[in-house]
Design a protein around this ligand. Structure first.
Ligand SMILES: Nc1ncnc2c1ncn2[C@@H]1O[C@H](COP(=O)(O)OP(=O)(O)OP(=O)(O)O)[C@@H](O)[C@H]1O
Ligand SMILES: [Mg+2]
Length: 303
């Protein structure tokens, strides 16, 4: 039995840190250039695993020079890879340029030639073997199928919503906990950039039937709404010496899913997940800074 089963994006990230963004047609030497595993759901799975969860990633990877690297990194983090199919094609790669001076990170990526993982590829048998299903919109059809199955079985579905896609509404109907980015919430509700995010949360909750709706706001924390109890939530982000925010959201989703499977209260889920993301921000890339449970407890002064 798994605590968390993840279906969705994975990638190899090439990360570099600079104090000035390069001009077009220019060469720029950087002090730090590193490769790490990335992708929303694969990184979330690693986070849930490092926190002590029994985690499985279900999907397809390509058949190029990065395949073993991707699989080995997941295995090293104790993420179960038995339900990953290797298919002919490329693995997704992302280039991340972190500009320390302006606190920005620019990402260039490609999905071309990445093998598909569709509706029929989902092994519905393992959906019943997990406490929580974690999905995104990367493999929309697979997310739809898995979420339909989970809903049927009464298994909570956590959705990392980053951008609106054709199946967004269908997937939201099967989702118990949507944890959306600020830009998704604005896009989905058609809200202008200057609209207060509490208002956007109200509009978001009116547009969906999801029982729990959350919007992560980067360094401004996270807000949420529990429909059944008509209860609002908010959790500030923890102040840390931030080095790089790449993957903060992914780590949040992984931690959220694990703590949900462990039946923490919503207040505690938000507090612990925020702590995990804040700690991660102290290191480069999505994965290096992910804490263990002991480190989270020390961070929160829990003995
Ligand atoms: N600079 C920061 N300092 C402390 N915590 C942060 C910071 N940035 C993000 N976090 C934490 O991580 C959570 C998720 O971050 P964010 O809202 O940026 O996710 P996102 O939009 O999905 O981004 P991405 O997927 O690119 O990481 C926030 O709610 C907050 O708790
Ligand atoms: Mg995100």
């Amino acid at each position: 039995m798994f605590d968390v089963l993840g279906i969705g994006s994975f990638a190899i990230d090439y990360l570099c840190v600079t104090d000035s963004y390069p001009q077009e047609d220019e060469k720029l030497e950087v002090d730090v250039l590193e490769m790490q595993g990335g992708g929303n759901i694969a990184t979330a799975c690693v986070a849930a695993g490092r926190l002590g969860g029994n985690v499985c990633y279900h999907g397809a990877v390509g058949s190029d020079e990065n395949t073993q690297l991707i699989l080995e990194e997941l295995r090293r983090e104790k993420v179960n890879t038995d339900h990953i199919e290797i298919k002919k094609g490329k693995n997704p790669v992302a280039f991340v340029i972190i500009n320390r001076k302006n606190s920005t990170r620019t990402i260039v990526y490609s999905k071309k030639q990445v093998p598909s993982f569709g509706y029929e590829d989902v092994d519905t048998g393992i959906i019943g073997e997990t406490g929580v299903l974690l999905i995104d919109f990367y493999y929309e059809k697979a997310s739809l199928k898995a979420s339909q199955e989970a809903k049927k079985l009464g298994i909570p579905v956590v959705l990392d919503a980053e951008r609106v896609t054709p199946l967004t509404d269908d997937i939201l109907r099967n989702t118990s906990h949507v944890v959306a980015s600020k830009s998704f919430a604005r896009e989905y509700t058609g809200s202008p950039r200057d609209r207060d995010m509490d208002k956007v949360l109200d509009e978001f909750s009116q547009k969906t039937v999801c029982p729990f709706i959350f919007i992560t706001l980067g360094s401004d924390g996270v807000i949420g709404f529990d429909r059944e109890n008509n209860k609002k939530y908010s959790q500030n982000a923890f102040e840390v010496d931030t080095f790089d925010t790449t993957g903060a959201g992914d780590v949040f989703h992984g931690a959220f899913s694990l703590f949900l499977s462990r039946k923490y209260s919503i207040d505690d889920i938000l507090k612990y997940s925020s702590a995990c993301s804040a700690i991660k921000c102290g290191e480069l890339g999505g994965r290096k800074g992910i804490p263990t449970m002991k480190e989270v407890q020390e961070f929160l002064n829990i003995t």
